[in-house]
Design a protein around this ligand. Structure first.
Ligand code: C2E
Ligand code: MG
Ligand code: MG
Length: 582
């Protein structure tokens, strides 16, 4: 075939390809004026073919792209090869269309003399995907706020700026008490709507230069720049509390959240992002723990306390494994019969350096770390086994009272764990008593009711510990299957001389009588307390008057040797009659 015939065929094939191609194509003059466009080009940029004829192509580019494009076109053409570049065109309505633009001369004639073939590949979809991916990486889809990684970048930049300009920064961490509960009770949709609303309210309290991020769950971080004086932060915080303490609504229900806030300042509380983040978290945790305190500025003392706490948590982790926990037992006396009818199991930590540590110093840490579940299970197993052993020696057999913590009580397999402890030890269920505080029950009333009926069905006795210090709610007393109340020792301490304590103790006793509940008085230390309690119809007492909590061996010895003598002294003191012979 001659050269002329070959190029004619090619021309025909190109013309057909040009017309039918899905790729937007245009032929440009050496001066980049449009000579012809194909239907795909018209479709992409929404132009009629006739409107583009003799139009300078450069006018179809986004104004911000023209300078770059002119330079690029020059380089492309002088290189005489096909080159591609990502750029942005404007369609007939002026809307930007991202494209991959490729340009090449139609033949190898001198530069500037040949017509040019231009193709445009639509990148809108890729751009959308890319933007979405970027959004998902950097933004939280629930609230639309930036995520922690981007916040961290901004914090680092703000620190360098503040260091250059010698200004201060405020880093605020905010969490919402009750949010978790709300989320669990009403589902994620309600939770997400409320988080979104919180983000909106927070945004309304801040300046444009400030940054907000949702760190995770119900935790938010705020970066306040150019803080001159601490009161400036207080103004922002007051606004935030005002906004967040207003009710939230979901499906016509009204909710109240309790914001808790920690604050760390640059440069005094940390000069690096790591340091500030660590300290603001410490301050926030502190404000969560101190029930009444809405916010906490970071202090160095907190750092050492947080450190101590971390060390404590670390050593608690190995305490169970290394057998450092022990159980002590404190007897309870039935006043009517003068018989020791029960013991309360009280946990101690035998620390290798600190000696015997009292539960109030480590139970909160066990609760927070979740270790209470395994330690609670161990206590239950061990104490049930011990009580089963004693049970055989005594008539009536000793009852075992065990303290149950909130986390342990609401654990999913709590009933199964109790059942296993009873089965393994052989302790009859009616010899086991669970001491539960009102604050546990209030956490989840429905769930608590179902767990308590499970325990009750098993035959286990249930008592409310520290009664009078919590809600002292009649609703609980009626609604739950309870057998006994334990009057907190803070009321017994004042009996009978302190009028108020005495009135409360008497009030609890009469309430219990009317509801058919038994009462155990805690912390009985003096004979006169015992006498009054007996006269007022209290069924059991527990306290140092009888014995402090004792190790299992000491308790065994106490029952054998000390109790018989003590009993005589308590019940028939030489100087005064109490209720000898009753
Ligand atoms: P609680 O259940 O109210 O226990 C009574 C506390 O009063 C015990 O303190 C006991 O030693 C003390 N006590 C008893 N009689 C007297 C007295 O006459 N005078 C004085 N001043 N104190 C008396 P302890 O052993 O330090 O326990 C404190 C709390 O720790 C307990 O209060 C209970 O809430 C918790 N606890 C103890 N063992 C456990 C456990 O195994 N699991 C859980 N979850 N909590 C436990
Ligand atoms: Mg107790
Ligand atoms: Mg108590």
């Amino acid at each position: 075939m001659s050269n002329v015939r070959k190029s004619e065929t090619l021309d025909i094939e190109f013309a057909s390809f040009f017309q039918k191609s899905f790729l937007a194509m245009a032929l440009l003059s050496p001066q980049w004026d449009i000579l012809r466009v194909n239907p795909a080009f018209c479709k992409l940029l929404d132009y009629a073919e006739e409107d583009t004829t003799a139009f300078p192509f450069i006018h179809l580019l986004h104004p911000q792209e023209t300078a770059r494009a002119e330079e690029l076109f020059g380089r492309m053409i002088s290189g005489l090869a096909m080159k591609s570049v990502e750029t942005v065109c404007l369609n007939s309505e002026g809307r930007p269309v991202p494209v991959l633009l490729s340009l090449c001369p139609a033949s190898e004639r001198k530069v500037g003399e040949d017509i040019l073939v231009l193709t445009l590949e639509d990148l809108s979809f890729q751009k959308q995907v890319q933007n979405r991916l970027e959004y998902l990486t950097n933004y939280d889809c629930v609230t639309g706020l930036i995520k922690a990684t981007m916040f961290r970048d901004r914090l680092e930049h703000a620190i360098s700026r503040a260091s250059r300009e010698k200004t201060r920064l405020g880093l605020v961490m905010l969490s919402l008490r009750r949010f978790k509960k709300l989320n669990e009770s009403f589902g994620r949709r309600a939770g997400n709507l409320i988080l979104k609303e919180v983000a909106g309210r927070l945004g309304a309290c801040l300046r444009e230069s400030d940054t907000i991020c949702r760190q995770r769950g119900d935790k938010f971080l705020l970066l306040l720049e150019k803080i001159e004086e601490t009161p400036q932060i207080m103004v922002v915080l007051e606004k935030i509390f005002r906004e967040l303490e207003m009710p939230f609504f979901f499906e016509e229900l009204e909710f109240f959240l309790v914001p808790r806030v920690g604050i760390a300042l640059y440069p005094e509380d940390g000069e690096t992002a790591d340091h500030l983040m660590e300290n603001v978290e410490t301050a926030m945790n502190r404000s969560r723990q101190e029930g009444r305190c809405k916010f906490q500025f970071y202090t160095r003392k907190m750092h050492s306390r947080a450190r101590e706490r971390l060390e404590l948590e670390g050593s608690l982790h190995r305490a169970l494994e290394w057998g450092e926990f022990v159980i002590h037992y404190q007897p309870q006396l039935e006043l009517k019969s003068g018989v020791i009818t029960a013991v309360e199991a009280l946990l101690r930590w035998n620390h290798p350096e600190r000696g015997l540590v009292a539960p109030n110093d480590f139970i909160p840490a066990l609760e927070e770390t979740g270790l209470i579940t395994s330690v609670g299970e161990w206590t239950l197993q061990k104490a049930c086994a011990q009580a089963a052993l004693w049970g055989g020696d005594q008539d009536p057999p000793l009852r075992l009272a065990i303290n149950i913590s909130a986390r342990q009580f609401l654990e999913r397999d709590f009933l199964a764990i109790v059942k296993k402890a009873l089965d393994d030890s052989g302790l009859p269920p009616h010899q086991l008593e669970m001491e539960i505080t009102e604050s546990i029950l209030i956490k989840d009333i429905e769930e608590s009711a179902s767990i308590l009926s499970g325990l009750s069905r098993m035959g286990i006795r249930i008592s409310i510990d520290d009664f009078g210090t919590g809600y002292s709610s009649l609703v609980f007393l009626q609604r739950f299957p309870l057998q006994a109340l334990k009057i907190d020792r803070s009321f017994i301490r004042g009996v009978p001389r302190h009028g108020e304590s005495t009135a409360i103790a008497c009030g609890i006793l009469s309430l219990a009588r009317n509801l058919g509940l038994e009462v155990t008085a805690e912390g009985v230390e003096r004979q006169e307390q015992l006498r009054c309690l007996k006269d007022w119809g209290c069924q059991q007492i527990q306290g140092f008057l009888l014995a402090p909590p004792l190790s299992s061996e000491d308790f065994h010895q106490w029952m054998k040797n000390e109790w018989p003598q003590l009993k005589d002294r308590i019940f028939c003191p030489s100087s005064q009659r109490i209720f000898c012979g009753k």
